[in-house]
Design a protein around this ligand. Structure first.
Ligand code: ADP
Length: 597
């Protein structure tokens, strides 16, 4: 763009010489020049008249000669003053011209400075935008002429009264004003969070200069930071509550298993126990989601058939979509297709995608959840991939939103409705499972999110873990009495000799006492007096290569690499069968290592 044409458009308040300061200086100089000219004129004329009268009286002896001399004197006067006036006016005119040029140059520089200022500045005269610099034009209406439109047209409804009052106050009082926490709206309808500073520009003409600072990004970051603090607090709370909750669930699941053992096959009470199991597992899933959100829980992955997981996720989706949305489900995924997966996390990811689809269809539409298998052996997919596609006929995703879709805390939903964590968490879950997520969308037509997960081949059955028991001696360290009692009961009924302990110190004492016949140690990581990790290290100093099962209702601790062998980690809640299996596996591993070594 041509700089000069840009800065001096028609109607611009910054036309040459139009600023008050320039005008004031010019007027003063003009008055000085006029006084000089008048003074000189009067002085020279008086001098001429007096001296010429004397000369005429001295050189004109007769009356008739006097008349001729008077005519010459008068003509001389006209000639002299004419020349003098011409000289003085010319001198002052060229001085004024030089002055004007310098002022215009100065004004031009100032206009460039103003126009290129990184802050949006506009001039408002009686409520109408008279001038906008480049930043203001880019902020408020990049593709539209805004000069001549009303300032209030660019102010969002809730801010209108405050902005109008502030501008009128500045006009009236001539004192500057500042406004924080306001919202403007650009010509595309996008709301912009701003701070405004208004100050008088030409008070006699009712002109006000308004500087606008875009604080949208700062507010977004502040909101993100607040959210992060909140999430940190929620995370701490979640991991504390979940820890306690998981102990209770472990006891519930354990006692339900024990109760089942005393019942005849098909007894009516088994149906109640099935319900207890199912509700307890659902509750366990909720605590795990809480821990995943707060990043306090590692994924609990198992090789599982995918279809039942997706079916359970679809049941959850059904309960959150309104009747105006038609849910269409289709699967070509073979029954045996299995993935190494944390089922609760994957269900959470599918639910997140479906809830976004629901929110994108406020007036209703169709939500599809399709699953399929692709045998494509891409990088990281040696056995093909399971594909889950969640699509909708909603509003679609504009390119600027798409670019930030997976950014934590990015949301276009109103405060209280969106956290901006759904897609960030979904992607982190999918990538943690070795998969990927892709999005396709067309504004006004809908969106589709496609998740691919590394999969076993369809015919390959899920690996069934061996079920074993043994005649071994184990110490169980657990400070929650319900959990200690159910674990002890379950292990005894599986044939183990169990020595219970309720704190870390007691565990160490018992290890020392039974070191010659001890086969394994099972304990909670958060034992009183000595933590699970301390107990593990000290117990292995007493009994080298002691197999250990660590249980926890929260995050698993990191262990020194040399202690990470002959070790099973068991997140709570667990089914007691799982504990028995893991224990057998770790004891077996030591036996194998001993026979090889
Ligand atoms: P939240 O749902 O809390 O806003 P997300 O991370 O789940 O957080 O989504 C971020 C943003 O992505 C949403 O605010 C929305 O603008 C956009 N979005 C996600 N899914 C869809 C969809 N299916 N259709 C339209 N927009 C979507």
């Amino acid at each position: 763009m041509n700089r000069d044409s840009r800065v001096s458009g028609p109607g611009s308040a910054f036309g040459p010489g139009s600023s008050d300061r320039d005008a004031g200086g010019g007027a003063r100089r003009g008055r000085g020049a006029a006084l000089r000219i008048a003074g000189l004129y009067i002085g020279v004329s008086l001098l001429y008249i007096v001296t010429s009268d004397r000369i005429v009286a001295a050189v004109a002896p007769s009356q008739s000669q006097n008349a001729v001399f008077q005519t010459i004197k008068g003509s001389g006067f006209v000639l002299l003053t004419g020349v003098m006036l011409w000289y003085l006016i010319r001198r002052n005119m060229s001085e004024l011209h030089r002055l004007n040029e310098s002022l215009a140059r100065q004004g031009g520089r100032l206009r460039i400075l103003l126009d290129d200022a990184p802050i949006a500045i506009c001039l408002v005269r009686r409520g109408v935008l008279e001038y906008l610099n480049t930043a203001a034009r880019a902020m408020l209406g990049p593709n539209q002429e805004l000069t001549g439109t009303r300032l209030l047209d660019r102010v969002a409804e809730p801010s209108r009264a405050a902005v109008q009052r502030a501008v009128e106050d500045v006009e009236r009082s001539g004192r500057p004003a500042r406004l924080n926490e306001q919202k403007l709206v650009d010509t595309n309808g996008r709301e912009i969070d701003v701070e405004l500073a208004a100050c008088p520009f030409a008070p006699d003409e009712g002109a006000v200069q308004v500087a606008i600072i875009d604080v949208t990004e700062r507010k977004r970051l502040e909101a993100g930071l607040t959210q992060a603090h909140k999430m940190e607090a929620v995370g701490k709370l979640a991991s504390g509550v979940s820890h306690e909750f998981n102990n209770l669930l472990t006891a519930i699941l354990g006692y339900s298993t024990l109760a089942r053992q005393g019942l005849a096959r098909g007894a009516p009470t088994t149906r109640c126990l099935d319900q207890i199991d199912s509700v307890a597992k659902h509750a366990a899933g909720i605590t795990r989601s809480l821990l995943t959100l707060s990043r306090a829980s590692p994924a609990l992955k198992q090789l599982l058939p995918l279809r039942p997981i997706v079916d359970e996720a679809i049941d959850l989706v059904r309960s959150v979509v309104p009747k105006t949305i038609q849910l269409e489900v289709a699967t070509t995924l073979p029954e045996g297709a299995s993935v190494l997966v944390d089922a609760a996390q994957l269900k959470q990811a599918i639910l997140n995608l479906a809830m976004n689809a629901r929110d994108a269809m406020p007036a209703g539409g169709t939500l599809w959840i399709r699953t399929s298998f692709t045998a494509d052996h891409g990088p990281g997919l040696p056995h093909g991939a399971a594909v889950i596609r969640v699509s909708d006929t909603g509003v679609g995703i504009p390119p600027e939103v798409r670019a930030r879709l997976f950014t934590p805390f990015f949301t276009t939903k109103p405060a209280g409705k969106g956290t901006g964590l759904g897609l960030a968490l979904t992607r982190s879950i999918i990538e943690d499972h070795g998969g990927s997520i892709h999005v396709e969308s067309e504004v006004g037509k809908g969106s589709a999110f496609t998740v691919s997960l590394p999969c076993t081949s369809p015919g390959q059955p899920a690996a069934a873990p061996p079920t074993r028991a043994g005649q071994h001696v184990v110490i169980v360290g657990e400070d929650t009495p319900e959990v200690l009692s159910i674990v002890t009961l379950s292990l005894r009924s599986a044939g183990y000799t169990v020595i219970p302990a309720t704190d870390g110190g007691e565990v160490i004492r018992l290890v020392q006492e039974h070191k010659d016949r001890l086969d394994a140690l099972i304990m909670d990581v958060g034992l009183p007096t000595a933590s699970g990790v301390e107990c593990l290290i000290r117990a292995r100093q007493i009994v080298p290569h002691l197999p250990v099962v660590l249980m926890t209702g929260g995050a698993m601790p990191d262990l020194p690499a040399e202690e990470d062998r002959l070790l099973e980690r068991l997140p709570k809640p667990f089914r007691t069968e799982a504990l028995v299996e893991r224990l057998a596996a770790v004891i077996d591993e030591r036996a194998r290592a001993a026979s090889h070594g």
